[in-house]
Design a protein around this ligand. Structure first.
Ligand SMILES: [Fe+2]
Ligand SMILES: [Fe+2]
Length: 578
């Protein structure tokens, strides 16, 4: 091993390690360093105590016992154990013991690391010069604990550094005893570390299985994404997690969902300008970014911290990639693009690990898939409604007096259904069925549809076929079978005097009864070539006098209630209010 003095010449004075020994053998020869009481702590006693401590498989408790044993061996004011984080290369506090050293140091990185890291890399015990408070503890509160000197005892296994134990103001360092203890315990520390890692992986796997079970229980896009953000924060053990989506028009990143440890809701909708911040970098380059000290990273956009009051220290950010089918000229080509980013901030117990990164990347892929499916579903639904809307409008438009009729009957039917407290799925079915209720008029000659006066008996018989025609046409659309009764039965009457089938009472579907009320209410409150629109009160009176005979009482009552709540507007009211 090279002489330590020559390798420390360029370090700042306060960080210079004063190496006490080059190896335990050399230490043995440097008798001035040893206490005359050395022999009072026999090695066999140390071995016995070390063996007792070694049965502890839990990493924090094992480190605690090593610290206790070391303090017993080498009286000191306090001691701390730092383990090397394999991803960040930082030394992270994992156990403390003794005067004033607070457990909240656990998870914090060692600020005065360079001299200690050097001792660790060179695998040699030694004392380092006193360093100032901030250099030791950073911003952590240690109740004014100011150590003088620190004795550093590196732990390595097969040449690989594991971590360091630091004894503060040690009055009796026993390097050879410590070295003996380290040799006995290094493999135990490694094994306990591996066990902790394995437990963490197992817990994460269980959590993943649980979250994917939950995700499968809903189709609500934002509910799924919220579960993912909350899950990521808990499993990664971060103070906060956020999901940003790119605004396609401006390129800004918009905070879509956030979860933080205090369950405070961060201002969703907050915008980060295009290309700004670490999230902007992630979106632009499509790469994972890991920042252990955000303040020192020039990409960090403080606008978010200012708006949220959140103090970002470390960030793990991954892109959200979505594959999209490009329509048009390049039909069928799948194009991948970054649609946002997923961020975890402020790891609570140390640094973001490679496993945290992998987990967040996996969740980001899942989230992107959810967004993609949701977007396809929205597009398909919009397309469907547009087509149905265009179809019904074209039928209504044949007669200027029925323009907008299907849309209004749809609106009224939906409000009646809601007022009756029907399930969302039933309401959806009634929405489509009522919009299409008169689609069968497509098979009725125009001269009948647009005849300004009363129809002859023969013309009326033809007109009465439109419910059956509509149901027959739409029966060819497999996804619309639930909606057929609204088309087929909206002119049936409870007393059986309706058409086309003359169904009565409960034989008429609920959808048919609802649309019947909505249909007549719109006809009465709209202008017709042969009469002016009736006032709402008269129209409701008309319906009220025909309950049980023509119309379902519950449906008429629901219409009245909905009208009184102001959620129903007749043709005349729409014309007046715009
Ligand atoms: Fe009709
Ligand atoms: Fe109608």
């Amino acid at each position: 091993m090279a002489a330590a003095e020559s390798s420390t010449g360029d370090l700042p004075l306060r960080e210079k390690p004063v190496i006490l020994s080059e190896s335990p053998e050399v230490v043995m020869a440097q008798s001035a360093l040893f206490s005359p009481e050395e022999s009072s702590f026999p090695f066999f006693s140390l071995l016995e105590k070390a063996n007792q401590a070694a049965v502890e498989a839990d990493l924090p408790r094992l480190l605690e016992r090593i610290l206790q044993l070391s303090l017993e061996l080498c009286p000191s004011r306090a001691a701390a154990f730092y383990l090397l984080d394999p991803v960040s290369g930082e030394l992270v506090c994992r156990a403390v013991h003794g005067e004033a050293l607070r457990p909240d140091l656990i998870g914090k990185n060692l600020v005065a690391a360079s001299a200690i890291e050097q001792a660790l890399q060179q695998d040699r015990l030694g004392e380092i010069e006193p360093v100032d408070q901030v250099a030791w503890w950073g911003a952590a509160d240690v109740h004014g604990f100011k150590p003088g000197k620190a004795f550093v005892a590196p732990f390595t296994l097969a040449g690989q550094p594991l971590g360091v134990m630091v004894l503060f103001d040690c009055t009796q360092p026993r390097p050879e005893h410590l070295q003996f203890l380290i040799r006995r315990m290094a493999s135990e520390v490694y094994k306990a570390g591996q066990l902790a890692l394995s437990r963490q992986r197992s817990e994460r796997l269980d959590a993943m299985i649980a979250i994917f079970g939950q995700i499968g229980s809903t189709l609500d896009r934002d509910q799924i994404l919220r579960m993912m953000v909350e899950f990521a924060r808990q499993v990664i053990n971060a103070e906060a997690c956020s999901l940003f989506l790119v605004d396609e028009e401006t390129g800004d990143m918009v905070l879509h969902l956030a979860s933080n440890v205090d369950r405070e809701i961060q201002p969703v909708g907050l915008r980060v300008p295009a290309g700004k911040g670490i999230i902007g970098d992630v979106v632009q380059k499509g790469e994972v970014v890991l920042v252990s000290d955000a303040k020192r990273d020039r990409r960090h956009y403080e606008g978010v911290d200012h708006s949220t009051g959140f103090l970002t220290q470390s960030i793990l950010a991954v892109p959200l990639r979505s594959r999209q089918v490009v329509l048009g000229g390049e039909r069928g080509i799948i194009k991948e693009k970054v649609i946002g980013g997923f961020e975890a901030m402020n790891k609570i117990d140390g640094f973001f690990t490679a496993e945290d990164t992998q987990l967040l990347v996996n969740l980001a892929n899942q989230a992107a898939t959810v967004l993609q499916i949701s977007s396809l579903y929205t597009d398909a639904t919009n397309l469907f409604f547009d087509v149905v809307g265009a179809l019904t409008e074209s039928i209504d438009a044949k007669d200027p007096y029925t323009e907008g009729h299907s849309r209004r009957v749809c609106d009224f039917s939906v409000e009646i259904a809601r007022q009756m407290g029907l399930d969302a799925e039933v309401v959806h079915c009634i929405r489509i069925g009522s919009l299409l209720h008169d689609v069968g008029k497509i098979g009725i000659p125009d001269y009948i549809l647009t005849k300004p006066g009363h129809l002859t008996e023969q013309e009326y018989e033809i007109m009465k076929q439109h419910p059956a025609i509509g149901a027959r046409i739409m029966s060819q659309v497999r996804l619309l079978h639930e909606e057929l009764p609204a088309m087929a039965e909206h002119h049936e009457r409870l007393d059986g005097a309706g058409y086309p089938k003359g169904l009565s009472g409960e034989a008429i579907s609920l959808a048919g009864r609802i649309v019947a009320v909505a249909d007549v209410f719109d006809a009465l409150t709209s202008d017709r070539p042969y009469r002016r629109a009736l006032p709402v009160e008269e129209a409701l009176d008309y319906l009220g006098h025909r309950v049980e005979r023509e119309f379902d009482r519950q449906c008429v009552d629901a219409l009245v209630q909905a009208y009184l709540r102001g959620v129903i507007r007749t043709q005349k009211e729409r014309e007046l209010l715009g």
